[in-house]
Design a binder for this molecule. Structure first.
Ligand SMILES: Nc1ncnc2c1ncn2[C@@H]1O[C@H](COP(=O)(O)OP(=O)(O)OP(=O)(O)O)[C@@H](O)[C@H]1O
Ligand SMILES: [Mg+2]
Length: 275
């Protein structure tokens, strides 16, 4: 075996994680000049296929953690790695989705989904891009709307399109910041079902921020509770030991005693009464 082959094999054997936060702290300069810690000493490793639900009080640093994973912000101390590479600048390997969609109004829905593929270094042909977009739009229930524009879609439909767009380039991690937080209850339930079906099919790696504990237990396979400011990880629970590994297994869990026990455990860790 040549030295080169040996080195390649060795590289393959080193297991990399999708996302790693090692001793991460982030402080912000307050208006009065003080350096105020937003998050402190966060150690968090997210493996491929994990759907980690981040819950915690407002201002505890959840969005900050997502920004660090995307390279939109840098830690004050510690390191963040994505697929084994230290994140030092904005990375195209992370897909970001917000409560409000960021669809381009001048592009059709299909061309919004292909956007990230067009920008990719090894961009597939226009035909392949279009096929992939159509496949994803079918998965989120938007067949027939490929040529529609954002203004022609309801808020729920826009979030479906945003989901398809986030998934299109097969990101190393989907960073979802309260993606269903601004939807009414019925539309939210529909989007949650779409998300579950997508996860079953595509098994994406997800860091998902929510204020809704029921949503965390329904959609995740792991829940991480962050304390009030400054944010620290205070509880980290694997859900698959309770509900199995298939995301569809979480359907109907609300009626089980395990669900209620976990709900109360998380509720207490959050340390206040309105969740
Ligand atoms: N660019 C910034 N400059 C100064 N302070 C900031 C900045 N970004 C975040 N912070 C502070 O860091 C803390 C964490 O903010 P972050 O937005 O991450 O909280 P969050 O958990 O996402 O809150 P919410 O649930 O309300 O969205 C807050 O105290 C916020 O004021
Ligand atoms: Mg936030």
């Amino acid at each position: 075996m040549s030295a080169h082959t040996a080195a390649v094999n060795l590289t393959r054997q080193i297991r990399t994680h999708a996302v790693e936060f090692h001793g991460v702290s982030r402080s912000f300069r307050h208006r009065d000049g003080r350096l105020v810690p937003a998050i402190v000493d966060v150690d968090l490793t997210v493996d491929d296929g994990q759907r980690v639900m981040l819950v915690g009080p407002s201002g505890c640093g959840k969005t900050t953690l997502l920004n660090l994973a995307a390279g939109l912000d840098l830690p004050t101390t510690g390191t963040v790695h994505l697929e084994g590479q230290e994140v030092k600048q904005p990375t195209g390997r992370a897909g970001y989705m917000f409560a409000r969609d960021a669809l381009f109004p001048w592009r059709t829905i299909e061309r919004n989904v292909t956007f990230a593929l067009e920008a990719a270094k090894a961009s597939p042909s226009r035909r392949v891009q279009s096929e992939r977009a159509r496949e994803l739009l079918a998965l989120v229930g938007l067949t027939g709307y490929e040529h529609a524009y954002r203004s022609e879609l309801s808020h729920g439909m826009r979030q479906r399109a945003a989901l398809a767009r986030t998934l299109a380039p097969e990101p190393a991690v989907m960073l979802m910041d309260e993606p269903f937080g601004a939807l009414d209850a019925q539309t939210k339930a529909g989007l949650q079902d779409v998300f579950t079906a997508l996860c079953k099919r595509l098994n994406p790696t997800v860091l998902f921020v929510t204020h809704d504990l029921r949503e965390a237990l329904k959609l995740g396979n792991r829940v991480v509770v962050i304390s009030g400011r400054p944010g620290r990880v205070v509880l980290d629970v694997q859900l698959d030991q309770y509900f199995g590994t298939d995301p569809a297994d979480n359907d109907g869990i609300e009626f089980t005693s395990e669900f209620h026990d976990l709900y109360h455990q998380l509720h207490e860790a959050l340390g206040h009464g309105d969740h």
